[in-house]
Every structure is written in C-alpha cells, then in structure tokens.
Write a protein that binds this ligand. Sequence first.
Ligand SMILES: [Ca+2]
Ligand SMILES: [Ca+2]
Ligand SMILES: [Ca+2]
Length: 839
Amino acid sequence: MKQRRFGTTTALLSGSRRFMVLCSGLMLAAAVSAQEALRLNDLEYFERQGVNVLVFSNSFNGGFNDEKNSGIEIIHHGVRTVQGGAIRLNNTPEQWDLVPTMTSRKVNREAGSIEVGLRYNDYDFDSRIVVTAKGKAVEVAVWLDKPVPEKLAGEAGLNIEFLPSQYWLKTYQVDNRLGRFPRYATSQTVTRPNSEKPRQFKGFKTYDDRGTNRFVDPLPIETGHKLSLATDDPSRLVTISSEDAELKLYDGRMLAQNGWFVVRSVLPKGKTGKVVTWTIEPHAIPGWIREPNIGFSQVGYTPEQPKVAVIELDKKDPVQTGTASLMRLNPDGTTEEAFKDDVKTWGPYFKYNYVKFDFSSVRHPGVYFIQYGKKRTNDFLIDEHVYDKITDATTDVWVPIHMNHMYVTEGYRTWHGEPFKEGYLQAPESDHFDLHRQGAETETKYKPLELIPGLNVGGFFDAGDFDIETSSNINVVQNFIRTWELFKPQRDETFVSQEQRYVELHRPDGKPDILQFIEHGVLNLVAQAEQIGHMSQTLSNSVLDNYHHLGDAASITDGLHYDPSLRPYEVSADGKRSGTPDDMWAFTTRNPRLDLQAAGVFTSAARVLRGYNDDLADRAQKQADRLQKEATALQRESRHRRDRQADADNDWLTGTGDGNYRNVARNLQTMLDSIPMKDAAYKEKLRPAVKQYLEYIHNFDKENPYGVPIGLGNWAGVNAVLNFGITVNYAHIYFPDIVGKEEVYRVANWLYGCHPYHNYSFVAVVGAARPKQVFYGNNRADFSFIPGNVAPGLLFRKPDHFENFDDWPFLWGQNEGTIAGNTQYIIFGSSFRNIVAPK
Ligand SMILES: [Ca+2]
Ligand SMILES: [Ca+2]
Ligand SMILES: [Ca+2]
C-alpha cells in the first residue's frame, strides 16, 4: 500500500514565509515558536521535528498481552524509545500482567487532544487518559468517574516505560538529585503476599515462589516530582513533572530481562475527576534531520547483477536529489571513485522519502563503499562468490542448536544438555499461554497427567522458546525434503548420534546433515503418531513460570517424573520422581487437517529416508497410510472443501477463475513444485500463470521502493518475503524466458540490508559485512544471536513507523527467528545460490 498522505507543514510554512516577508522580526520569533510546538497531525499523533508522541495508535492486543508496543509511545529522533503509557496495575508490568482494553479513542482537533477510555474487565475498572499538546510538551491527565476499586487501590497507576538500551549509563535528575541509569538490574525488591498481587493473564503465574506464597515487587530507584531522563544526551532527554502526584522510577529488569525503565504515579484512593496530571516534554534537537539510511546488500553483489541502493531520507532533508558515488578501496590503501551518478527519485513511502542509486554498471571485483552527501557506508564486496556461503551458518549452526532431546556442543561450548528427560504428560483440559487449548476429552488412551511414553525423541525447538509446535515441525521436515530433492546438498559439518543423543557442530560424521535433520524431525512426528494415535498440536510447557525460560534447555524441567504424592520441590528416595509440577504436556485434541499434513510429509519422508534409515521409512509410511485413512474418514466435510479448492485451482489455470494477483501468488508455488512429477504439457499450461506472476512481481516496484511484499502486521513479514523469494526463484528456474535472472535478487537485497530503518543484514550470516547483532533467540538475555538466524525484520507500528531494534533483542515481532522460517530461508538460499553461483 503506497502511502501518499502528507502533513500540512509544508503548506503552512510557505504561507507563513510569505507573511513574514511583509511583517516585522517580532512575527518571525512567533512563527519559530509555533513551529517548535507539538502539533496534532493528520495521522492523529503529536508531532514536531524530532519528536512524535503517539496516543494509542497501537493498543494492547489480547494475544500475548504486553508486547511493549502499545499505549502512549514516543518516537524520539527516529527511534521508538518510550512506550507503555497507560493505566497499569503493577510497578513494573511483565508480559503476562493484565493490560487494559481500549474502549474508546477520541481525537479533539480544536482542543489539540486525544482521549482514550481504558478498562480492566477483571476488576470492572474504567479510566480515561487525556493527552493535550501544551507548547513543546504534552499534558497527560488521568480522569476517573468512579474511584479506583478497593482491590486495586495502591496498585493501579499511570505508567510509562523507557527503553533500557537507549537509557542505560545515561544520567538522570530527580528534583535536585543526580543519578545514572544502571547497565544491569541491581536495584532493590521486597516480597509481598500473593493475595496482594493483581491477577495475571488467565490466572497464570509468571513466577515460581518456591512455596513461600509471596511475590517479588521492585522498589523504586528514585521518587520525586520532576524527573529528567538522559540529561547528558539531547537526543534522549525527556522531562516529566507532576505537581499532584509523586513520580517513581523503577527498573523493570528486576523481574524480567525484557523489562523497561518505568516511571509511575499510583492513582490516589477514593478520588474522582482529574486525579493525576503529568507534563511530559521530550527534548527536540533544534534543526535535527534524520541521517540518510543507505540500503544496500551487506553480503555484496556479483559483478553481473543489478545493483541499486535505496536511500531513505527525512522529508525535511534538503538533500533530496544530487549525486552519489561508488568508491573503491584498493589493495594498496588508496581510495578512488569508481562511479558517480545522479540519484533517481522514487518518492514518499510512509514517513520518509526515497531515492535510488543505480551502480549496476560497475562490474570490476573489489571492495567498495557508497558515498552520498556526508554519509559513507561501510564497505562491501563485488565478487562472483559473495553468495557462496549464505546458508552455511543456518544449516551448520542454527538448525543443530535447535535439535530437541539432544546434547548439543560446539568446540568448548555446550549449547544445551539433553532436555525433557522425564518425557511428556497427557495435557488435562486447559487453556494455554502460547495460544493452544486442550479440550475436555483427551482423545487418547491416556488419562490427564499420565505419562505418554516415547515422545522425548527428535524434533526441533519452535523459536525463541523450546516447545515442539507440530505444524511448524511438519513444515521443517517439508522444507528440508524440498531442499534435498531439488539440490541434494551433501554438506556434512554436523555429528549426530541418535543413540548417544549427542550433536557436535563442525564435526563431520560421513552423513549429509540435511538427511540427519529430516530423520530428527521425523523421529518426533512418527513417535507422536505411534504413541498418541494422531498428531499432537504441540508438546509444550505446562507452567508459565518455565515457559519464559532463558538458559540451558536441559534445565527447564528437573528431568524427574512429576509425582503429585510428593510435596512440591521434594524428590523421591530413588531420585527418579519429584513433587514439582514442571513436566511438559502433550496437547492431544485431534485435528484431522494436521493429521493429513503429517501423512503427506510422512510419505515424502519415507521416499527420502529409504536406503538411509529403512526402519524409520517403514514406520513413516505405515503412519502415513493409517493417518490418511482415519483423518479422511473423520473429515469428509474437509474433503469436500479440498475438492472445491482443487476445482478453483483448475478454473484459475484454465482462465475461468478470477485470477487476481493474490491467487496467483498462493497457487503458483504449489504448481511449480509439482513440475518435476508432471509431463511437459502440464508445464506449458502454467505459462500464462507465470506471465501473470511477472506482473505481480513488478507491481511491488510501484507499491514500495524495495520491490518486495512488505508486511504491516504485528509480526514483521519475513515469511511472506521468503515465500515470495522462493516462488520467484522457482519461476526463474522453470521459466527463465519469462522471469529473468534480474528478478531473483529482490529478496536477497532486502534480507541483506536494503530495507527501511537501518541497513543491517537480517540474517546472522556468514559473509555479511554488517549483520544484525541481537536477535530474540533463546540466548537473548545475553544480547546476542545464534548464527544463521533470520529476523522477522521490519515491524510496522501504526500509523507510519517501521523499526528493527539492533540493541534490544526482546521484541519477538521483529527479532525472533522461527524453525519454520529459518528452514524456509534454507530453501530460498539454496535455490538462489543455485541460480546465481558461478557455474
Ligand atoms: Ca512456541
Ligand atoms: Ca553429518
Ligand atoms: Ca519434572
């Protein structure tokens, strides 16, 4: 969707300029101060150059509660450093603490204010927040029609949160006292009776109180009436003051590594009307213009490929045209200009303007950088081998580290011990924190909380968490099978022993790793079919307090069978059982569609594993036949639906369907995948569809400056981008006369750095000059990454902001790699490399 909306600043400015020519210097001063004031713009947020104050442009969403993406937010000199402004029930809210529902949002243009109604259903508690522009500041006022409910008195407060990575080590001032934000959480806490803790999401508990029946509550770092944050950094300086309420400053990391610094005022008891008033003034650097973001491929370029940098510019940047240069760093230490050309205007897309710099004509291998105005990029390569290694980190490092039920080691480092030795219990009827549900019937031969034997084998951790999502694991095996069948990669860098339950990175064992990954995935999926009788939705945590685990996967549970006859934390005399209810659960509500998906993948797996592991191939085929039969019988209605879909596909192929672009994209990949199994006539029949697809590809050049599908959802769009890339690659492989080679570079460019916000590669990848440094992997608490991970990428925040934090890993929507996404990347990368690698 191409955004063409503009603010009215430019028009006002030219009007006032004309006026100023006629008037005195006094008028000039007045015009300047009007410019400095925060103004409610057409997109319904408060704006001055360098400062955006958003008021519930993004509201809390029910799925994962507090995603640190909502409420009153401040985008400060281009970075969203402040969020979570709302009525909250905790000093430092965690992800699963309750969030308010927004019941209304009213924009009052005359008053220059935005009012939101907030409600906590669990406590029948309503409040209103009114945010009003007052010069360079906003006033934030809390209004109550009824007093705070008794249960929440002293707990409900006005909170707002500051991004730790942008504030730590910076100075603050509270009234007349000075301090410095700590790099690591080291303030103080108290414990209080659980009965005083406001309820958490669905009644779950984020903490294990070790039988004390008490929860941990952080104490404030500081308390006062005027608080200035980052007094030593004008780009982050924010002042908050209140005459009617005490401001308390907390460190949310005391409870959770993903916590933020929190400023809070508790709402007074027994009062109605305007109960708390804050003035928040985010400092704006006079004349601040955001630096250009020069998007290019950090992996580099092959000599023959198109090479176009996309430059993202502040709309107030006076340099919207002019020239850019490609500079070459010679091996003798000299630098020379290799190429210079005018940049070409693409135009506005959401918040910024875009120009392009095309240096495709430079083919000479070498080390280069781009110079545009005062901005110089880091260097990158032009060389025919730049893409040779793009999947190695993912296949050699990321994937084996995510092998469940194995001890995984690399050099001197153990990534994790063998997890979940006690196996999995039949889930009782339950709602779940990771969006699963177990129905009243188990639909298995097991009673609730009975051990289901044999499930602790094979499988891959889902993502930044450690559960086995069955549908994702099916995708993983499918992705590996597709990669294997088309490209037969013989790469062997991983030692895998199912017998020893042991994996070692960088130790070849004479077996292609991809076959071992397929085997590992199938082992778990077949065990599910054999032991449960059908596919489980998920093998996941039973308690929230070990779901958010960060650390060695082997220590998520105690490895001992749960025995309810023992007291919590007690271990049986034989050392095999414990009273700690930490065992993982298998969610077994039957879904015939999932069974059919599994049957499909079992059939392909049997074909691939034949001759490699005949026993597993036989088991997979047996389960495929049984599940196919049973699930088909169970779901006749679903079969009708599939038939109708098959008819629709056929209509579309023969030109009788509506044939819109969306359908083209959805269907084409399936059809391309079946080309090797079909005759030449089938392939010929696809020609018109591929031609149509080429139009679809070119359409993206008009929609956005980057020429790829850009997602605007709550999870950034890397899966759609990868799917797009895979289909373009396959379309080129089978129809090079229609989809030319020049089309296949779009997704690589995007992934490796040519995208909005910053120009880092989204893949923690071998070969990139500047990959992202932090990801939402299971080592995120170390502000690190697992090599080969692919970030979801650019997260869109309404109404006009893209972001990808590279100093704060904890926002999963932009930084979490998933097992399904990363194996999709292996297909994308393998097919791309196959096309572009020197033959
Ligand atoms: Ca999960
Ligand atoms: Ca191997
Ligand atoms: Ca246990």
